[in-house]
Write a protein that binds this ligand. Structure first.
Ligand code: NDP
Length: 295
């Protein structure tokens, strides 16, 4: 039997609708317009696409969007100066610095200069520590989106065995913390894991965040498992002159014959990431102003 395809696009649209409603309420009841500042340094084409869609969707949800495009050769001092200004700006509630930064800039230094209350990407060390210790924090958008998809599909995650393949600070580790927080039993796998296929076969929930096209094979998947494919890999078109293809870390065609449910790429986790960014910005605006958080 073929797996259910988890429609991240539709679910993300429903989150954006809720964010737009919450934004409308904040404006009407408190005269507060949530504001998101997006900072892009350099000309990376993929980053340009991502930042444009973040700005477009923030505006569509009724938020204020502040765009800062800086030249590739921007110095650390200049960038930190901008972040100081954004930290102090009462109209800005969320600050996002698009990664990767050009190599001469220290990403950790820059991210940790953001006011943690405005760190809507959830990458500041204090938010990472708060998440890891089970305290209220800004939660990184991609793993948050994955958790929402899993809860929507499965309901209670208690006692499920979740295997997260990938241990990055922006996806794998926060994903594992969120799953632990939801009472799953969590294994984290990485490039040194022995018998990765055997471990994956034990997973009721399999989250792939690796960056290797189709690495997770169909027979690595436990029949009926829920598979969340975070990977975004760009491959050349199969036809001459055609557009590049986006594929995930899971061999989708094979996996969907075994899994109970699976996210497609594109149209799975990707749209959830931006929706969660907008949701985090509304939460930040409410928290900063001492107002109740929207649901
Ligand atoms: P990183 O490169 O930071 O981390 C990749 C992880 O995969 C590492 O922990 C690495 O292990 C592990 N890994 C690499 N090769 C193997 C292997 N052969 N077997 C097992 N584990 C392996 O990537 P990110 O976490 O930033 O991103 C992962 C993927 O998710 C990428 O495709 C990225 O484009 C995508 N992504 C998608 C987003 C979305 O919105 N949908 C948002 C963010 C990322 P080790 O630590 O040992 O090196």
């Amino acid at each position: 039997m073929s797996a259910d395809i988890i429609d991240g696009k539709a679910f993300a649209a429903s989150i954006r609708d809720r964010v737009a409603a919450a934004t409308g309420n904040l404006k009407e009841e408190f005269g507060l317009t949530p504001g998101l500042a997006v900072v892009l340094v350099g000309e990376d084409p993929a980053s340009q696409v991502y930042t444009r869609s973040k700005e477009r969707m923030a505006t569509a949800a009724g938020m204020a969007s502040f765009e800062h495009r800086l030249a590739e050769e921007t110095t650390e001092r200049e960038l930190l100066g901008l972040i100081d200004n954004l930290n102090a700006d009462p109209e800005v509630h969320g600050i996002l610095v698009q990664l990767p930064l050009p190599p001469h800039l220290d990403s950790a230094l820059v991210i940790n200069a953001i006011d943690p209350n405005k760190d809507v990407d959830g990458f500041h060390i204090s938010n990472a520590g708060r998440l890891a210790t089970g305290q209220t924090s800004m939660v990184p958008c991609t793993p948050l989106g994955c958790l929402l998809l899993l809860k929507d599909r499965i309901g209670d995650l208690s006692g499920k065995h979740a295997v997260v393949v990938g241990r990055s600070n922006i996806v794998g580790k926060p994903m594992a913390s969120l799953l632990l927080g939801a009472n799953a039993t969590v294994s984290i796998a990485h490039s040194r894991t022995a018998d990765l296929a055997g471990l994956c076969r034990q997973a009721d929930i399999l989250v792939a965040a690796v960056g290797r096209p189709g690495m997770i094979e169909g027979d690595w998947i436990k029949p009926g498992a829920t598979v969340i494919d975070v990977g975004i890999n760009r491959l050349p078109s199969e036809t001459e002159g055609g557009k590049d293809r986006l594929v995930g870390d899971v061999d989708f065609a094979a996996a969907k014959e075994v899994a109970g449910a699976i996210t497609p790429v594109p149209g799975g986790v990707g749209p959830m990431t931006i929706a969660c960014l907008l949701a985090n910005t509304v939460v930040a605006a409410a928290r900063i102003n001492g107002l109740p958080e929207p649901d």
